[in-house]
Ligand binder design. Structure first.
Ligand code: NAD
Ligand code: WQD
Length: 343
């Protein structure tokens, strides 16, 4: 007798984190259905997921905000639960276009929750962010700390969605919600077939570093070398995206057997500085990364890292890939796809 494969809907599943999670889910025996409007991703990703796993996920190029098309997805598939990755995620852009961010990120979540209710689907895993801890909390962040003030509209959408999901879980005792607060995901699948493919000039450190290394950008500007950190540059909790993806598989297991809302940090617990990243990247890859020091970037904190002990204790999850592996896999992806998914 073949074991029944549970079907999970991944909104935003062709994006950076969603695609890596799709691979881990398929490898763990799940059936994956992706809804993504391709605003910030490519449908080539579906081919690549198939190439890695041998299984092609079902793909709908829909907007999650659109309840009519979303309803069709739930009609055509027996969905057990949802991982909601879809959202706009650029901090700087959110300052310039706050309404787009609130509209997209909040509306997509509300549409999804309403359709899930119609179909009595009660397992929800949400892509939240360390950004909800705000400015007042000292690192390492623990899940029981009060949330803080976010420095930008993007962060507020995450904080607000956490509140919406908390209220929804109170109102519906059948609902199981897991809030995953990601720290700084970097790296790529070791096949080099999927990875991070930012459009335009990268906002985040690692894609900028790898684009300098491949010659797409002239040099990196390091935002500040006068922080109160050992080398003066900012420190973050960089986590390999495949470790992060594995955390979702554990979160789904947890959501299946619990009700109510629970929050987990997905980080390594080890802070590394911007200079650590640049130096390790050059050492591991042999590529040169030219850089200069510039002023601090508005809204940046000196040092941010997780206390991941709750995830280890409750989910049985722990990040295992080190910084060298993160750099190696980033470079493998970048070398094999110098222009990302563009053919
Ligand atoms: P991504 O942009 O690569 O993936 C998000 C995907 O959502 C994209 O493919 C985009 O096309 C899709 N999308 C956006 N709005 C949509 C809509 N209305 N309908 C359908 N599809 C839509 O980003 P990512 O890095 O993979 O991030 C995934 C999630 O994790 C996001 O919610 C992001 O805010 C959150 N997150 C990311 C990071 C990070 O550093 N990458 C950190 C913390 C949290
Ligand atoms: C890391 C470090 C920069 C670029 C952001 C969001 C957060 C989460 C992850 C979604 C900082 C420095 C960067 C560059 C640099 N996303 N840097 N030169 O700011 O920690 O987090 O992405 O939820 O919400 O805020 O990540 O990669 O932008 O920066 O010196 O060109 O690298 O100053 O110290 P950040 P990042």
């Amino acid at each position: 007798m073949t074991k029944e494969r549970l079907t999970y809907l991944l909104t935003g599943g062709t994006g950076y984190i969603g695609s890596h999670t799709a691979v881990e889910m398929i490898n763990n025996g799940y059936e994956v259905v992706i809804v993504d409007n391709l605003y910030n991703s490519s449908d080539v990703v579906v081919d690549r997921i198939e190439k890695i796993t041998g299984i092609r996920p079902k793909f709908y190029p829909y907007d999650v905000r659109d309840k009519d098309t979303l309803r069709r997805v739930f009609e055509e598939n027996s969905i057990e639960g949802v991982i909601h990755f879809a959202g706009l995620k650029s901090v700087g852009e959110s300052v310039d276009r706050p309404l787009d961010y609130y509209r997209n990120n909040l509306d997509s979540t509300l549409s999804l929750l309403e359709i899930m209710k119609e179909f009595n689907v009660n397992n929800f895993v949400f892509s939240s962010s360390a950004t909800v801890y705000g400015e007042g909390n000292p690192s390492p962040y623990t899940e029981d700390m009060p949330k803080g003030n976010c420095s930008n509209p993007y962060g507020w959408t995450k904080s607000m969605i956490e509140q919406i999901l908390t209220d929804a879980a109170v109102a519906n005792p059948e609902l199981s919600v897991v809030l995953l607060r990601y720290f700084n995901p970097i790296g790529a699948h070791e096949s080099g077939l999927i990875g991070e493919d930012p459009q335009g000039i990268p906002n985040n450190l690692m894609p900028y570093v790898s684009q300098v290394a491949i010659g797409r950008r002239e040099k990196l500007t390091i935002f500040g070398n006068d922080y109160d950190t050992p080398d003066g540059t900012g420190e973050r909790d960089f986590i390999h995206v495949v470790d992060l993806a594995e955390g979702h598989v554990k979160a789904i297991d947890y959501a299946k057997s619990h009700k109510g809302i629970e929050v987990f940090n997905l980080g390594t617990g080890n802070p590394y500085s911007v200079l650590d990243i640049v130096n390790t990247f050059m050492e591991v890859t042999g590529a040169e990364v030219k850089y200069e020091f510039g002023p601090r970037r508005a809204g940046d904190l000196a040092a941010v890292w997780a206390d991941p002990s709750k995830s280890e204790k409750v989910l049985g999850w722990k990040a295992t890939r080190d910084l060298r592996k993160m750099c190696e896999d980033t470079w493998n992806w970048q070398k094999n796809n110098p222009n990302g998914y563009k053919k």
